[in-house]
Design a protein around this ligand. Sequence first.
Ligand code: J2J
Length: 537
Amino acid sequence: MMDTRHHEADALEQHYARQGYRQPHTLGQLLRHWAGQHGDATALVAGATRLSYAQLDLQADRLAAGFARLGVARGDRVLLQLPNDAAFVVCLFALLRLGALPIMAMPAHREKDLAALCQLAEPVAYVAPRRFLGFDYLPLAECVKRGRPSLRHIVLDGDAGPWTALAALDEAPRELPAPAHTDTALLLLSGGTTGTPKLIPRSHADYAYNAIASARLCGLSRDAVYLAALPAAHNFPLACPGILGTLSAGGRVVMAKTPSSDEAFALIHAEGVSFTALVPPLVALWLEAREWDRTDLSSLKLLQVGGARLTPELAARIPPALGCRLQQVFGMAEGLLCYTRLDDPWETVVHTQGRPLCPDDEVRIVGADGLPVAAGEVGELQVRGPYTIRGYYRAPEQNARSFTEEGFYCSGDLVRLTAEGNIVVEGRVKEQINRAGEKIGAAEIERPLSTHPDVHNCVVVAVPDERLGERSCAVVIGRERVPTLSELQRHLGALGLPRYKQPDQVLAVPAWPLTTVGKIDKQRLVALALRVPAAGH
Ligand code: J2J
């Protein structure tokens, strides 16, 4: 059985190679190649910094040399937590060239998430800004490092105190042993469902395909100017086609520190941004701002929206308000990307999440029994393909649950297929809150919540929310009393849970409502939570 399975996987891998999805270049080599083609063109704009392709290429080499001197080597993991800035791109390529694996953490992560990532992947270095949006990362870094001898280096962009400044790693380039194109290039974070983080190993070849094929689908050329408004460590802005796809086309990447409309509109105007990517709650904010902010956005040709459900009503408002086309993107860091096409009829763009990027993406939609549903019916989406992972990093138990024997990834998303072959996302089976596109596993909140002395029992449910798409509601059976929302938030904050993972609402119940089979009736809890307005809304 095992042998046949391996045999099948090998045969598929050979098929992918024959189809051209496994070009023999690493991402580091590709940057060299792009610099050869577009040397003097501007590759990157971040604040006052402007880097040509040649400068970006050289800076990546210089930083790679600095990391190598610290002893960071091929195969090592490096916890990377940089915001949208030039350092993010330079550092990413430096590590890719070294063959060290960046763990793509978000600036919003705090010690609990970072500690779990360290536990899992044992990075040798941690790279962060000294300060970002008023938060000082130095104490956080020291906290993460404590009791972890394998984490040898703290590298901070800015005043590094007793640690290593990123600028101090700028050295003369030197010859370094290079990784192979089939090696893991980077570790993306998956939206947790289990309480422990999962890391997604993407190889140089598969990620290059992901970015370059996406760039082609979006018709990118040297004229493309991409605004990275979402956090750059996320798969969507990074490679769908995002930063990497834009660089592959010889275009220009503009980094926004935050996705606020103030900052974004000004950058779109100043830099002639031609496309960007957002999650639906940000679209709503941009459209609201557009009612009074008349900045000239005429350069903007395409807005990609994905990460969570986009209502047809919101979708329909985009082109008139922003003067650009809309593309819906249904993607996942695990791999599969579905896009509406630029020449799709308007109906398709508004009402569907598009179709797979690659003809060799094998999508199947199965019922609770694991068998394919009838045409047009709703079921769970499972996928296998040239850029979809076959397993999470160091997670055999999780992998046994999330992947089928034939190597299909079980997405936990409930979808249906239209007659034209487009996917519509209808819901999900995984226990997750999709809060403004940020995925939070219910268990990630439930576990630390249950350590509060006043909490006897608790579950966390996703409640539809006008502003966030979904908000998290902690449903609590108290001991003597039920803690207030701010008490719970303080408790979780003290345990190192970032703000966005803290519940948005608390609902007290005397006992669990049960389904006919005796499970907690979460739908009923959601209905109850909807009746009481959440605090702060
Ligand atoms: C409904 N749910 C969606 C959509 C993702 C591009 C775009 C998004 C992501 C992403 C990404 C959705 N409508 N249009 O990596 O490259 C939900 C699904 C999915 C999960 C994946 C990209 N687009 N989703 O969101 O790894 O539940 O990737 O399985 O963060 O987001 O989350 P993530």
